[in-house]
Design a protein around this ligand. Structure first.
Ligand code: FAD
Length: 383
């Protein structure tokens, strides 16, 4: 089989790339190793992100979601901070439905979807991929470009011999809700008894909630989650809860492409430090990569990314490195968000997906001396 672009991985990044390429008339094949796979995920996405990607109206008409009413941040030592949301600012989707729907959009635009796993890659003039189909048969696909959208454990990275993204571990579960066990808020709990270099979360879905926590170390996950559940939901018996461990990439600058092989989403590591939001950024990376392929100029992929998100990722990573693992610092930083002006700036950056270049200087100004300690002299801050 021949195609111009082979996209490996049918998660948010892969399907988005397949959609943008196919709608430009570029012959695209999308392979997903398991169409039944459900990515462990909170499923929280700012509606502004979906709007920016041009799918908000369609997706909210066609699949179920939950609209979150408020965000509650629980600092390690201080009282919770509650932020009321504008209607529909954060939407929670079931990842199986979300991913399946994105794949459907891609095929409607003309992409060929194949259920199969990439097992081998050869690079000559063109790229030759060997895909193992569900029935065990091997299929060869020859392509001009290959997009690696195969997640944090990227097989493409292994096959071409480049390092996979660094990562944190998470452990999470989806718990059916009932009258006694309900929440309308996204909760972010900070504190080292239950989260390490991460936060513990509760995200409300339709008739379920996602709960979980994270750490750089796999062997302490279970203990941290036990502590979190005891603290937040003492009535839940943890031994009855089905748990899943999965990695979340740690953002750091890596090559965006090697030859004609292009990395997108978690395979590139595009998860926002501190918030650990990954779906929107995976989809945006795919959009930018598709634009670069369309223009037959891969250099512009990184440029588009840098222009739009470079500064915000850089600064949030510095924040993460400085604060996470130090409860006093986290507590101080979170408490700043009691100020309605800082809250508004943080929400604009996080939820409204407004161009970060205008907002970052204002957000940074609010942190004064803290910022100079973290960032200077690496970046010049124009205020
Ligand atoms: C517990 C947890 C909670 C999270 N919560 C949120 C949240 O609430 N909001 C948010 O924005 N982000 C969240 N994230 C991050 C988010 O899930 C990811 O950033 C996002 O899924 C990345 O999309 P992707 O398409 O790059 O990769 P993935 O979603 O991982 O998709 C990769 C796809 O590639 C397929 N694949 C892998 N190898 C092969 C192969 N060899 N051949 C063919 N196919 C292959 C996989 O089956 C998979 O479908 C969370 C992550 C975790 C772990």
């Amino acid at each position: 089989m021949n195609c111009e672009v082979l996209v490996v991985g049918g998660g948010p990044a892969g399907s988005t790339a397949a959609k943008f390429l196919s709608q430009e008339g570029i012959e695209t094949c999308l392979i997903e190793r398991n169409l039944e796979f459900i990515k462990p995920c909170g499923g929280g996405i700012p509606s502004a992100g979906l709007n920016d990607l041009g799918i908000l109206e369609e997706i909210t008409k066609k699949i179920q979601f939950k609209s979150v009413k408020k965000v509650i941040i629980i600092p390690p030592y201080s009282e919770p901070i509650e932020v009321e949301l504008r209607r529909g600012e954060i939407l929670i989707f079931n990842r199986f439905e979300f991913d399946s729907f994105l794949r459907q959009i891609a095929t409607e635009k003309g992409a060929t979807l194949i259920e199969g796993e990439l097992v081998k890659l050869e690079k000559n003039k063109r790229i030759k991929a060997t895909v193992q189909l569900k029935n065990g048969a091997l299929k060869e696909i020859s392509c001009q470009y290959l997009i690696a959208a195969d997640g944090v454990n990227s097989k493409v990275c292994s096959l071409i011999g480049i390092k996979k993204p660094n990562f944190f571990w998470t452990i999470s579960s989806q718990i059916q809700t009932n009258r006694d066990l309900q929440t309308e808020a996204c909760e972010f709990w900070f504190g080292s008894t239950h989260a390490s270099f991460f936060y513990s979360w509760v995200f409300p879905g339709n008739n379920y909630m996602s709960i979980g926590t994270g750490s750089p170390k796999a062997n302490e996950l279970k203990k941290l989650l036990d502590n979190f559940i005891n603290k937040r939901f003492p009535s839940i018996n943890i031994s009855t809860v089905k748990l899943r461990a999965y990695k979340v990439p740690k953002w750091e600058k890596r090559p965006f492409y090697i030859g004609n092989i292009i990395l997108c989403g978690d395979a590139l590591g595009t998860v926002m430090p501190v918030s650990f939001e990954g779906i929107y950024y995976a989809m945006k990376s795919a959009q930018f990569a598709s634009e670069a392929i369309k223009q037959k100029n891969l250099i512009i992929y990184e440029k588009l990314w840098e222009q739009r998100f470079g500064r915000q990722f850089f600064i949030m990573k510095k924040f993460q490195d400085y604060m996470f693992g130090n409860e006093r610092r986290i507590d101080k930083w979170l408490n700043k968000h009691r100020d309605p002006n800082i809250q508004e700036l943080a929400m604009a950056l996080w939820l409204r997906k407004e161009k970060s270049s205008n907002l970052i200087p204002l957000y940074l100004k609010a942190f004064g001396s803290l910022i100079s300690r973290i960032l200077l002299p690496q970046v010049k801050i124009h205020m």
